[in-house]
Ligand binder design. Structure first.
Ligand code: GLC
Ligand code: CA
Length: 553
């Protein structure tokens, strides 16, 4: 087994807008994050991934950037950033930036120039095509609903936007664009950042297309041209990353399968360190193509096991997995994959954490996951903020009449990204200690029960359990490097697997149900390392119980 330098990395993801307000305007900011660094350190994470903090009109909460080398004024200044970075480095926490370079904001000066006419220095920075019979060049649909093309009269052309129309796609086939990306990366690396999470990194590698015969329903189905993507990533490595030491890279790749991901995250470090796959979070989405990712159907434990196991086995020895249950684009893990019923929430959150953190790969903890934060359980459309959720309601209910309003509200309650974006719950005081002003987005009312202060004071909390899981990863070679063997793939209640490194073996058992079940994997001969019940009943496994053993034979 090759031992990558980042094998003990644990990444804590911060959504800056919703983490900690420090200057009484209701919006989280960089100084707020700095005040909370000790908390991240106490948890044990050694990297922080910051969602975008650049200047942005915020059509898509910072994923529409108008200046890559400036901080969003509401978050602070470059000086604040440098001070955050210095404080993080003192704690040995590396800061990873979100590199959003498939597209810019429509307000970026490059795009403002590009759309004026067909012959200006930025004319080819974006993807422009002539109309075909007075229509868009092909029938691609954007990820955020509607056509992926928008017409601009000044050029009498359409521009491509894989996401919202406010996010025009950059033209990576133009070498000048790739040079701009490299200089943005250098700008941040020279300040001292230690990694990049590369947003939608499969999208820049556009396929060749003709105007005929385009039948894709979603622009993502057409991406990427794999060879081209290999070349782009290698170029970034050779020309930028090779000049710095130990820069952690993870590419968001909704289109990857294990074979391609193994290639992109190959362990010689020539492309990416790892990839965010989407298969386990898109399981329900494949059930009904009409509503796709909005499907609120629960996912069977068997399917979840099948997909996670496939990725574990598929990348073993070839590439490296990113491990995550949730992030700023997904509902809260405990509500989605287990239960947020107060009776079981704490046990369930620990069980999910264990299942994930004992796998091979790099765990990502999304802010609030470590205290078992839950979905917001929103009831009305007015409570939503995210453009994807609002667009989807508009399209599926108002325009296409595919689902009824109440049905769509159910889908949104289960699936909307807004579930993850309610402010961080620090304590039980007003606005959960997130702000003393009007918060930019309403808090989850359960903050009086679920908050950091409570978690820190309770030795049996989800927080302290996550702390132990992270310590285990830092200390235990089998957790870091061991290979993976799934046990009983057909068991629809219990997720059990073995991690093995030479003669050492760990056994991980997680009960995903509310029932007590009996399973014998030889745990009675092992030593329990961690578990979410005080005692151990051996082959009996209680509701949402999880336990990890070192096997002695
Ligand atoms: C990624 C981001 C998401 C954003 C989209 C467009 O999927 O995670 O939040 O909306 O890219 O940039
Ligand atoms: Ca603020």
């Amino acid at each position: 087994m090759k031992k990558p330098w980042f094998a003990d990395a644990v990444v804590y993801q911060i959504y800056p807008m919703s983490f900690q307000d420090s200057n009484h305007d209701g919006i989280g900011d960089l100084n707020g994050i700095k005040q909370r660094l000790d908390y991240v350190d106490q948890l044990g994470a050694n990297f922080i991934w910051l969602n975008p903090i650049y200047k942005s009109p915020n059509a898509d909460n910072g994923y529409d950037i108008s200046d890559y080398c400036a901080i969003q004024p509401a978050y602070g200044t470059l000086a604040d950033f440098d001070s955050l970075l210095a404080a993080a480095n003192r704690l040995n926490i590396g800061i990873m930036m979100d590199l959003v370079v498939n597209h810019t904001s429509e307000q970026h000066p490059w795009f403002l120039a590009s759309k004026k006419n067909r012959n200006n220095p930025y004319a080819d920075y974006y993807i422009w095509r002539d109309p075909v019979d007075g229509h868009a060049p092909n029938d691609w649909l954007g990820v955020f609903q509607g056509s992926a093309w928008t017409y601009v009269p000044e050029r009498d052309q359409y521009y491509l936007h894989s996401f919202a129309s406010a996010q025009p796609d950059l033209n990576w086939q133009n070498p000048a664009v790739r040079a701009e990306v490299r200089s943005i990366m250098k700008f941040w690396l020279d300040r001292g950042v230690r990694g990049f999470r590369m947003d939608a990194i499969d999208f820049p590698a556009k396929p060749k297309w003709s105007n005929e015969g385009q039948t894709f329903t979603n622009v993502g189905d057409a991406m990427p041209d794999l060879k081209r993507l290999n070349r782009y990533l290698q170029e970034i490595n050779q020309q930028v990353l090779a000049n710095y030491d130990r820069i952690l890279t993870v590419g968001e790749m909704s289109t990857a399968d294990p074979a391609t991901a193994a290639e992109f995250s190959n362990l010689d470090g020539s492309e990416l360190n790892m990839v965010f796959e989407f298969e386990h979070v898109d399981l329900a989405a494949n059930k009904d193509k009409r509503i796709g990712k909005w499907s609120s159907d629960s996912v069977s434990v068997k399917d979840l096991k099948r997909v996670l196991s496939k990725w574990q086995v598929g990348l073993d020895g070839k590439g490296w997995n990113s491990l995550y249950w949730n992030n700023h684009d997904q509902p809260r893990a405990v509500s989605r994959f287990a239960t947020d019923d107060p009776k079981w929430r704490v046990k369930a959150a620990k069980m999910l954490g264990t299942t994930l953190h004992l796998l091979q790969g790099t765990p990502y903890v999304y802010e609030g996951e470590e205290i078992g934060m839950t979905n917001a359980h929103l009831k009305t459309l007015q409570q939503y903020e995210d453009l994807d959720s609002l667009n989807a309601y508009h399209e599926l209910v108002d325009e296409k009449h595919l689902v009824s309003g109440p049905q769509m509200l159910e889908y949104l309650a289960a699936r909307s990204r807004d579930n993850a974006r309610t402010p961080m719950q620090w304590n039980s005081e007003s606005n959960a200690g997130f702000t003393d002003a009007q918060p930019w987005y309403a808090l989850n009312p359960n903050y009086d029960q679920i908050n950091v202060a409570e978690s820190l004071s309770d030795p049996t909390s989800v927080f302290h359990y996550y702390q132990q899981l992270i310590q285990l990863r830092h200390a235990n070679e089998v957790v870091k490097y061991g290979n993976y063997l799934e046990l009983d793939p057909d068991d629809g209640e219990c997720f059990a697997y073995v991690r093995q490194l030479e003669s050492r073996r760990l056994l991980v058992i997680s009960n995903f149900t509310e029932n007590q079940i009996e399973r014998d994997y030889g745990q009675n001969q092992g030593t329990r390392l961690i578990g979410n019940y005080d005692d151990d009943l051996g082959v009996s496994i209680r509701p949402y119980e999880c336990k990890v053993y070192e096997l002695n034979n």
